[in-house]
Design a protein around this ligand. Structure first.
Ligand code: AP5
Ligand code: MG
Length: 225
């Protein structure tokens, strides 16, 4: 893949954005920027942002666009993203955020938007069985648990259910996806940046499809090279 690529990973809650971004980030040494992870870290650290964000997160509501845009602008101002590019996970998720991102990136722009496509019934099942490390955020499920006693394989932290993986918050998050985030699919399709990816099947099968599509679009001989 071309060095410095700027990628967005779109997809419903539970589509596997975090799971696949970890793999893509390792494969291409791309900074993985997850707004959900950043917000959860702020809540845990009890920063002013975290104290403000908590009630939105717990309810499954979106954090105000201005707050998320300020957070992303600060992150994209760091040197690693200028040299290595980035992989955005969970951002943008409103038209206002996509507009704000365009402004932040000028004179550059996004190279590719990978849309993980999964039926809603499947994401509900994935979210109900998801477990995460409360220290490093590593993602597990009841079908693929850590090796020992719900202790993280990477950092030894406790592996627990996410606080917004309740039925009520999940229903709210999925409704917000349809209303606020789905319109971005047409936007990036019109711009010729959208790559839909079948995200059903095993984690490895999806990862294989993603790598093949990224290489086809941004590999040495691809259109983006
Ligand atoms: P965020 O953390 O981004 O949550 P989300 O969008 O709800 O997405 P998820 O993390 O739930 O799903 P995922 O696609 O990453 O799935 P995962 O890989 O974990 O955001 C949380 C909250 O923060 C929001 O509700 C909002 O309040 C706030 N927020 C964040 N960004 C914001 C923004 N830009 N603007 C405003 N507010 C914002 O996989 C799920 C499960 O499935 C795991 O158990 C995994 O092991 C399993 N799995 C994955 N792939 C497969 C597979 N192929 N087969 C079987 N199991 C699989
Ligand atoms: Mg995630």
């Amino acid at each position: 893949m071309v060095p410095g690529a700027r990628l967005i990973v779109l997809g419903k809650q539970g589509a596997g954005k975090g799971t696949q971004c970890v793999r893509l980030s390792r494969r291409y040494v791309l900074p993985h920027i997850s707004t959900g992870d950043m917000l959860r870290a702020a809540v845990k650290a009890r920063t002013p942002l975290g104290l403000e964000a908590r009630r939105y997160l717990d309810a499954g509501d979106l954090i105000p666009d201005s707050v998320v845009l300020a957070m992303i602008a600060a992150r994209l101002d760091q040197d690693d993203t200028r040299t290595r590019g980035f992989l955005l996970d969970g951002f943008p998720r409103t038209v206002a955020q996509a507009d704000g991102l365009d402004e932040i990136l000028k004179p550059f722009s996004i190279d590719l938007v990978l849309d993980l496509v999964v039926p809603t019934g499947l994401v509900l099942a994935r979210l109900m069985s998801r477990r995460v490390c409360e220290d490093c955020g590593a993602i597990y499920s009841t079908f693929a648990p850590p090796k020992l006693n719900w202790t993280c394989d990477f950092c030894g932290g406790d592996v627990v259910q996410r606080e917004d993986d309740t039925e009520e918050a999940v229903t709210r998050r999925l409704a917000l996806y349809d209303a606020q985030t789905a319109p971005l699919i047409a936007r990036y399709a019109t711009a010729g940046k959208l790559v839909p990816v079948d995200a059903t099947g095993t984690v490895e099968e999806v990862a294989g499809r993603l790598l093949a599509l990224v290489e086809a679009r941004l590999g040495a001989g691809g259109a983006g090279a």
